[in-house]
Design a protein around this ligand. Structure first.
Ligand SMILES: Nc1ncnc2c1ncn2[C@@H]1O[C@H](COP(=O)(O)OP(=O)(O)O)[C@@H](O)[C@H]1O
Ligand SMILES: [Mg+2]
Length: 227
């Protein structure tokens, strides 16, 4: 991945039709993230954080503007092209974990490797060892605690060694102590794999742990500071 710019966002805007006409969710967003950097996106509920993350990952299409991931302009690709970029280069972690309920811990982590046609069992076992879940391999998600489920979802994301990881409120449904352990784990994996990390959070303490903070207010970028 291009070291200079893992993510380039230019004049990104998102509008949707609503009862009163047009609702502007995001307006003229511009920023660049270099490879290996960690960035937080904060802002009040409804300020557009999840919409922005979805656009950065090519899960949604913008009304205006562009997103480049490793130099590739993702909205110049069709849906299949964007899916291919995500499969090879993007990991996700969500507040709601999004594990497959009918697969065990081990099977959930093996799945992305299997879908990519790669040897799955050995790397999945190693990654689950790394996140401290070697003793929960055959548990189904419903029998795991929230913190354990989030560790499975980190293992599922990082087992693919994605150059980019997007996390939307990854600690939002965990208690403070568990959330802190998840964050420690996420930053340790981010550093060991040199992953570019973009994290949406309500939590200022968590945001401060990122190398850079981006803040949204009513769909606009404000107060950006680089450290
Ligand atoms: N598809 C949509 N249609 C209409 N309104 C939407 C849609 N997606 C998001 N919104 C609205 O846009 C705003 C920003 O949403 P979101 O990005 O989820 O905010 P955040 O993640 O910061 O809480 C909210 O007011 C939300 O209700
Ligand atoms: Mg959100």
């Amino acid at each position: 991945m291009d070291r200079a710019s893992a993510i380039e966002v230019n004049h990104l805007g998102k509008q949707v039709a609503d009862a009163s006409g047009t609702l502007t969710i995001l307006e003229d967003i511009n920023f660049t993230v270099s490879a290996g950097q960690s960035v937080s996106i904060t802002g009040a509920s409804g300020s557009g954080k999840s919409t922005l993350l979805g656009l950065l990952a090519g899960l949604d299409v913008p009304t205006t503007g562009s997103v480049r991931l490793a130099g590739q302009s993702i909205f110049d690709l069709d849906e299949d092209g964007r899916a291919a970029v995500r499969a090879s280069g993007v990991g996700f972690v969500f507040q709601s974990f999004q594990l497959l309920p009918n697969l065990t811990t081990l099977e959930n982590v093996m799945l992305p490797l299997e879908l990519a046609g790669r040897e799955a069992r050995t790397p999945a076992l190693a990654m689950l060892e790394q996140v401290g879940l070697a003793h929960r391999l055959n548990h189904y998600p419903s029998t795991l605690s929230g913190g354990e489920q989030q560790r499975v979802s980190l293992a599922r994301a990082f087992v693919m060694h994605p150059p980019l990881l997007f996390a939307d409120e990854p600690t939002g449904s965990l208690d403070a102590a568990t959330g802190e352990r998840i964050i420690d784990l996420m930053f340790s994996l981010h550093r060991s794999q040199n992953t570019t990390l973009v994290l949406v959070t309500h939590d200022q303490a968590l945001a401060q742990r990122c190398g850079r903070q981006i803040r949204l207010h009513a769909g606009r970028l404000v107060d950006e500071e680089a450290t």
